[in-house]
Design a protein around this ligand. Structure first.
Ligand code: 0GY
Length: 304
């Protein structure tokens, strides 16, 4: 199948730098995707964008180049609830990739079991309106109840301004709940401001809530340039991520978000994204929790 990319779509960085920050042994890239390739795994008819192909081989090459040991592959909306590309990548990884799938309420128990055997350990509920059509909350709660029985968790993706409206639903979920990209804070607001305070309160009040401290390139208003006297890019995002890491060190995950869907202004150098980590997790202990202990506990508990 030939799929025409969404106009303005940026392909992933062709030659990411080798990070200067040495990742701890066993580090997990806990948020990345595979796209197609469309000829083998067609994109979903209901998708809101058509990406470039970004298959498992390229993902595993990036993993090795950056120095990660494992990946958690998150189902992207361009594949809808068709998890075949994700499952294929997990199966091909020799146990080095686990997955977070998207499923519909009518999925059979046998299909859930097959996903589990392939390495899926969670489902993703997406509330970002530009990415998905609406799914009734009853459907999502029904799915959550069924996957809880498998020991899986729920990954949620939403915009910060929608947290008040979604709070009751999120806090009723019966599993660990992992928030993508810190709930997308507006980093133009102060880190001590009310919007981010609400997110911190959400994590404080609900010990089953975890956060990915990922996507500085997506959240930054200033972009990748390190300005005068600054030592790293995406500096406006660092205080937000660091606050979460320091307050909830046992409930944070990090991921590249490769191949970086829907970026219109710039494509990050994945090596520089890895170099961002010590600015948000400044000590070796915090780095080990963020990159090894926490993702292993959630995705490979049998190996601990
Ligand atoms: C991300 C972010 C985005 C897209 C998706 O599944 C997706 O399509 O997650 C986005 O556009 O913000 O985590 O990759």
């Amino acid at each position: 199948m030939h799929a025409t990319k969404t106009p303005g779509w940026l392909d992933w960085h062709p030659a990411p730098s080798r990070p200067r920050f040495a990742l701890p042994a066993g580090a997990v890239d806990a948020h990345c995707h595979v796209f197609g390739p469309a000829a083998e795994f067609p994109y979903a008819p209901e998708r809101k964008y058509t990406p470039c192909d970004a298959g498992k081989r390229e993902l595993f090459a990036l993993r090795d180049h950056l120095g990660f040991a494992r990946n958690v592959i998150v189902q992207a909306t361009c594949h809808g609830a068709d998890n075949r590309a994700l499952v294929d990548a997990c199966r091909a990884s020799n146990g080095r990739a686990r997955g977070v799938a998207t499923v519909r309420r009518d999925i059979g128990d046998d299909e859930l079991k097959a996903l589990h055997e392939a390495g899926v350990r969670g489902v993703r509920f997406n509330f970002v309106k530009r990415l998905v059509d609406f799914t009734p909350k009853e459907d999502l709660m029904d799915i959550a109840g069924r996957i809880a029985a498998l020991g899986w968790h729920v990954v949620i993706y939403f915009e910060a301004r929608d947290l008040p409206e979604l709070w009751d639903f999120f806090t009723a979920l019966p599993t660990i709940v992992v928030v993508d990209h810190m709930g997308r804070p507006d980093v133009g607001q102060p880190v001590d401001g009310p919007e981010f305070a609400l997110f911190l309160e959400f994590m404080r009040r609900h010990p089953n809530v975890w956060s990915k401290v990922s996507c500085p390139e997506r959240l930054s208003l200033r972009g990748p340039a390190a300005l005068d006297g600054e030592t790293h890019p995406y500096r406006d995002v660092a205080p937000f991520a660091r606050r979460i890491v320091e307050q909830f060190p046992d409930r944070v995950l990090w991921g590249t978000d490769w191949p970086h869907p829907n970026l219109k202004d710039h494509m990050p150098d994945d090596g520089l994204l890895v170099d961002f980590i010590p600015h948000i997790a400044p000590t070796p202990e915090l780095q080990r929790k963020l990159l090894v202990d926490n993702p292993m506990r959630l995705y490979w508990p049998e190996e601990r």
